[in-house]
Ligand binder design. Structure first.
Ligand code: UT7
Length: 334
């Protein structure tokens, strides 16, 4: 078996900055409420209609390839994690593959929401370990801004989300002291309807109806308090599990790079793990929740800022819709 490593990371966010005050002009909310409850100050939205998650992914993949020192043409498999695919089908991975100009490379979409990157990384790890693929692009990309309700009814969800994309290139390493050490993922579908979009609903004929638009089931809905409780329970639990299994202590960890859903959640998680605040990466204040993109986006920024690099041990943790959750340990470098 080969050992898999993250060879490079890259990210891209659209240029349009939307502040909390901008949202407060559209529905009943305030900068103070959003900052206090979530830590978010602003987020990015696509500049205009016609830009999909696969479009945001293109520059993210290019940046990741550059960071890995490979050519885009070297990619031999794509795993595309998103809850906001360009279209219902085919998957955004196929659109991305075409836009990257790498015909015949397999492209697989996965739908694991905020845990999508960790699920994707786990699959890429297995593919590389078995020697099946050598340069897997694990992409997380979301265009949320076209799928949230700018009205009082949806305000709890709308203020949270932002658009963005990021990518990690996963490939083999000869070094025993570098690479993906362990990734643990879980799901509990009993929580599926606590954070979901009900429509389009393929149990109904037709699956998209005026009634769904009128009743608002085309927009995301969330039981925020339940999600918060589950996240602050499951993220530390699964993080501890991977740490214990691999004999890792807090001192060994350079940074915790958690999914960015709410700064309060991540502060809670760090407190439960007894990790000092300066070991936790937050960028939700700038981007909101970019779902599948959030972990690689936070890692890519932390690396670009020099907060972590070759040889550093990174702990990932995520929780989201599904419910799905997971944690991972990666020693950077290859
Ligand atoms: O990636 C995973 C996805 N999501 C999450 O992880 C989110 C987890 N949950 C949370 O982060 C929090 O539950 C929220 C930030 C979403 C909400 O915070 P909360 O403290 O749980 O607020 P709440 O839902 O209990 O609402 C408190 C009040 C309500 O008003 P009343 O009933 O007390 O009068 C809401 O109607 O805040 C109101 N509210 C808002 N007010 C201003 C809800 N959303 C907003 C808003 N602006 N955007």
């Amino acid at each position: 078996m080969k050992r898999a490593a993250i060879l490079g990371v890259g990210h891209y966010v659209p240029s349009r900055v939307v502040t909390n005050d901008d949202l407060a002009k559209l529905f009943d909310t305030s900068d103070e409420w959003i900052r206090q409850r979530t830590g978010i100050q602003e987020r990015r939205y696509i500049e205009h209609d016609g830009i999909g998650s696969s479009d945001l992914a293109v520059p993210a993949v290019q940046a990741a390839c550059e960071n890995a020192g490979i050519d885009v043409k070297d990619i031999d498999a794509i795993i595309f994690a998103t809850l906001s695919p360009d279209h219902v089908f085919p998957g955004s991975g196929c659109f991305l593959q075409d836009k990257l100009g790498i015909p015949c490379v397999p492209a697989m979409d996965i739908r694991n929401q905020c845990s999508g990157f960790l699920y994707g990384l786990k699959v890429a790890d297995a593919w590389v370990q078995t020697g099946m693929y050598q340069r897997v692009a694990v992409v997380g990309a979301e265009v949320h801004s076209t799928g949230i309700e700018f009205a009082d009814r949806g305000r709890d969800v709308t203020v949270l989300f932002g658009d963005g994309a990021a990518c990690a290139i996963v490939g083999p390493t000869e070094r025993e002291d570098r690479g993906i050490i362990d990734i643990e993922v879980h799901a509990d579908g009993s929580g599926a309807k606590l954070l979901w979009i009900e429509a389009a609903d393929s149990t109904q004929t037709p699956r998209m109806q005026q009634r769904m638009i009128d009743e608002g089931t085309i927009w995301p809905s969330m039981n925020g308090k339940q999600v918060f409780r589950w996240a602050t329970d499951k993220m530390p639990e699964v993080a501890r599990s991977v740490m214990q299994r691999n004999g890792v202590t807090n001192d060994d960890i350079k940074l915790l790079v958690p999914h960015q859903a709410n700064m309060r959640i991540n502060e809670f998680v760090a407190k439960k793990l007894e990790l000092p605040a300066d070991k936790v990466v937050h960028n939700i204040q700038k981007y909101g929740n970019t779902t599948a993109a959030s972990i690689p986006l936070a890692l890519s920024e932390a690396m670009a800022e020099g907060r972590c690099g070759d040889g550093d041990l990174i702990l990932f943790a995520a929780f989201g819709s599904g419910f799905t959750w997971g944690a991972g340990l990666v020693r950077l470098g290859s």
